[in-house]
Design a protein around this ligand. Structure first.
Ligand SMILES: Cc1ncc(COP(=O)(O)O)c(C=O)c1O
Ligand SMILES: N[C@@H](CCCC[NH3+])C(=O)O
Length: 466
């Protein structure tokens, strides 16, 4: 069953922000494979299914809102990244960035699929360790790790600590010395790149909190200090330029400056550091308008860039590592919501309220992130209506999908789903308005299992001591 192309063209186009294009889809019932996980499909009865399970069954069994993770899709992405960076031509490590989403099941899957793990807090480290992740395959990040976090990381033997400041160099050296061990470290350097992404998720320009600057000599000074400390082994340099980036030009500048610093270190200290890490940040498709590169293309481009820069600097090509988070977990998941109320504003748009909101997806409010949405519990032949999908929180900025077309007959009780919510949605979820955070359910081959359970009223009251 499918609706024919809407002949009237965009409705309400005048209420979209200037320059904002929102083409009316030819068929609102089609689930665009660009944004939906690999096993998501529209079945013959018009209902969407994922991992072989009808979304209505998922809603009935587990409730809504619900993060639905497609395990096959997730694992395939892990394998694609691993294969792209680890083959006859390229020998590089992929560290999955756990900040995008982390739970024990996921840690086991990524480890199974040959990925390492980047954590950036004691809490993330605890999840990784409790899932049995080999500490040697963990990199520990953060611009202000506490002494307790550093002590624990050294104690359990994490493979690398990415130091972000002079204070941290001293703290890690002290923790290693007290235990009589040598801790491998990398230096997070700031390369002065303005990544083409939202200001809040760009991380390599000078005026922000992360890293030590290449330009002002702080990073070179960090190298001098680390080299003198016998309980630290300097593995290399790390640069992460930002997030949701589509072109590799930022990485090109970053690699050039990192390799430049490697050459400076060779000239000054007579050593070549063995590794560079170019961080994560590769973009995904949130809407049909986004065109992300494949892991194979990214691997080819990044390694070519590093080789070329090393050639120019007359350096051996160092081992490369990368830290994708969003690109691995983002597209694997959609959030399933039930529609509660529909408020048409003739000539403007229709507000479709769902049973979650900014507590399960803060990205729209925080970064102006764009998402798409589809009616998934049925198909519809109704004409497209310009909709804004909003949540149930006490904020007018509580928006999940700012602008999208939904069929005009969307009504209370319908299920809608927002794709590409695997990254930075559950991991940034809150209990605002004392709303319980949703469960994460993994689906595969007709089976569904809860990997993070839904919070209960008891959970919401648990910390209240008055
Ligand atoms: C150091 C570091 N590595 C990796 C990532 C992962 O980024 P993304 O999920 O955009 O790939 C981040 C987050 O932006 C980060 O700060
Ligand atoms: N949380 C951000 C990305 C920043 C990740 C950490 N540096 C997002 O949702 O896009």
């Amino acid at each position: 069953m499918s609706r024919s192309a809407h002949p009237a063209g965009p409705r309400h186009a005048d209420v979209l922000p200037e320059g904002h294009q929102l083409p009316v889809p030819d068929d609102l019932n089609v689930l665009d494979p660009k944004v939906w996980s690999a096993t998501t499909e529209r079945r013959a009865d018009g209902v969407a299914a994922v991992g072989g399970i009808d979304v209505r069954d998922l809603a009935a069994r587990f409730g809504t809102p619900l993060y639905v993770m497609d395990e096959d899709d997730l694992r395939a992405r892990c394998r694609d990244w691993r294969a792209a960076f680890h083959n006859e031509e390229i020998d590089a490590d992929v560290f999955y960035a756990g900040k995008a989403f982390l739970c024990r099941a996921l840690v086991r899957w990524i480890a199974d699929e040959g990925l390492n793990l980047d954590v950036c807090s004691g809490g993330e480290l605890a999840v990784a360790l409790s899932a049995g992740m080999d500490p040697a395959r963990i990199g520990f990040h953060g611009n202000n790790k506490s002494t307790a976090e550093i002590e624990r990381a050294v104690e359990v033997g994490v493979g690398r600590i990415i130091v972000d400041s002079f204070e941290e160099i001293t703290r890690v050296a002290f923790a290693a010395e007290r235990r009589g061990v040598t801790q491998k470290v990398m230096i997070r350097v700031t390369v002065g790149v303005e990544a083409h992404t939202h200001e809040f998720i760009a991380t390599a320009h000078e005026d922000q909190k992360f890293g030590m600057s290449v330009a002002d000599g702080t990073a070179a000074e960090a190298v001098r200090r680390i080299i003198k400390l016998s309980h630290l082994e300097l593995l290399g340099l790390h640069s992460h330029i930002g997030s949701q980036i589509f072109d590799t030009s930022g990485f090109e500048v970053s690699a050039r400056r990192v390799v430049g610093l490697l050459a400076q270190i060779r000239d000054e200290h007579g050593v070549q550091l063995p590794e560079i890490d170019l961080g994560g940040g590769l973009g995904i498709a949130y809407t049909g308008a986004d065109d992300p590169k494949t892991p194979a293309d990214i691997a080819r481009e990044l390694t070519a860039i590093v080789r070329r820069e090393c050639d120019v600097a007359d350096l051996r090509v160092p081992r490369l590592s990368v830290e994708p988070g969003r690109a691995i977990v983002g597209p694997s998941t959609f959030t399933l919501y039930e529609v509660g109320t529909v408020k048409p504003l003739p000539g403007l748009r229709t507000y479709v309220s769902v049973d979650g909101g900014m507590s399960d997806n803060i990205r729209t409010a925080l970064y102006d992130a764009e998402y798409s949405v589809a009616l998934v519990s049925r198909v519809s032949d109704a004409e497209p209506m310009l909709a804004r999908v909003v949540g149930k929180h006490c904020e007018s900025g509580d928006i999940v999908v700012r602008d999208a077309y939904l069929p005009a007959d969307v009504t209370a009780g319908d299920l809608v789903a927002v794709p590409a919510t695997g990254a930075y949605c559950r991991s940034m979820a809150s209990n605002y308005n004392h709303v319980a955070r949703p469960a994460v359910v993994a689906v595969k081959d007709g089976n569904a299992r809860v990997i993070v359970r839904r919070e209960t009223e008891e959970d919401l009251l648990r910390l209240d001591v008055g």
